[in-house]
Design a protein around this ligand. Sequence first.
Ligand SMILES: [Zn+2]
Ligand SMILES: [Zn+2]
Length: 345
Amino acid sequence: MRALVLEDYDKFVFRDIPIPKIANQDEVLIKVKAVSVCGSDVHGMSGATGRRLPPIIMGHEASGQIVQVGDGVKKFSIGDRVVFNSTLFCGHCDYCQHGMVNLCDERKVFGVSCEEYKIDGAYAEYIVVPERIVYSIPDRVSYEKAALIEPFSVGFHAVRVAELGLADTVLVYGSGTIGSFIIQSLKIKGAGKIIATDIDDDKLALAEEMGADYVINSKKTDAESEIKKIAPKGLDIVFDVVGKASVARQGLEMLKKGGRMVMVGLMDKEIAFPVQRITSWQLRIQGTYISSDEYPACIELISSGRVNLDPFIKHFVPLSEAPSWFNRLREAEKGLHKVIFNPEK
Ligand SMILES: [Zn+2]
Ligand SMILES: [Zn+2]
């Protein structure tokens, strides 16, 4: 099969490699029909994160069709249209037993290679995965939309762990794909005012389309004073989708007492926080990592048409054109919110 291999940092090659084989009874072979590009691939391919050590086949937001099943597979048959969790979890550790598969003791994310592990992803024609991480998708959900179930689940999970209260005033800092899916999840779950900030007008227009009530370009205006006008008593929740120290710090200072700061982005490794305020204002700093058992709910929301994925499926392109699309993504081309590859072309 053909696979897109990150041979060295910033260097892709197409390679003919053997189709992966089913090695365990509970595995299925999936023909990949659509796989979307994650921001972590774009950042990781240059070596910036240490999580794409070459050589590696990246890609963890994928959908496809089952073409072969292991002898022990119970829930799926050949021909089934499916997605799979981006995290390969063990299914039996304490975390898995309690539905927190994203925290599994043996977790591995597809298409990631770091010091602890390496596991090839879905920028290829086929992939083998165990059935416990596979989910069926209804016929009315296209493969390219199904590839977005993973990133949508990341936004949905972030809102879930934030324990959103009814009519809470919320700030979403960073309005790319994940920010957009956080905004949509907030609408679904009954948030009050939703404020989106970014430094890119294009992304702010997207945030507005997703349902943000206020959008603020923090490069052009003093975001803090604008936000104070909208929420004089402070914010209930801030989602830091960027993960930069300066953003997190500013977000924390705009929380009201009892507020929650949800850390979604992974840019900076360490951030200094005002500990006295966290204590005396009873603030909460909450991490959120990928998603856990939200796939069925996300599939339901997407298939019922309650999630707007249209701005993200505009570029469904052949995998053979991947290197040039990665360049365009790296240069943050205007209007290029998401790229989805078709490995059959
Ligand atoms: Zn991702
Ligand atoms: Zn586990």
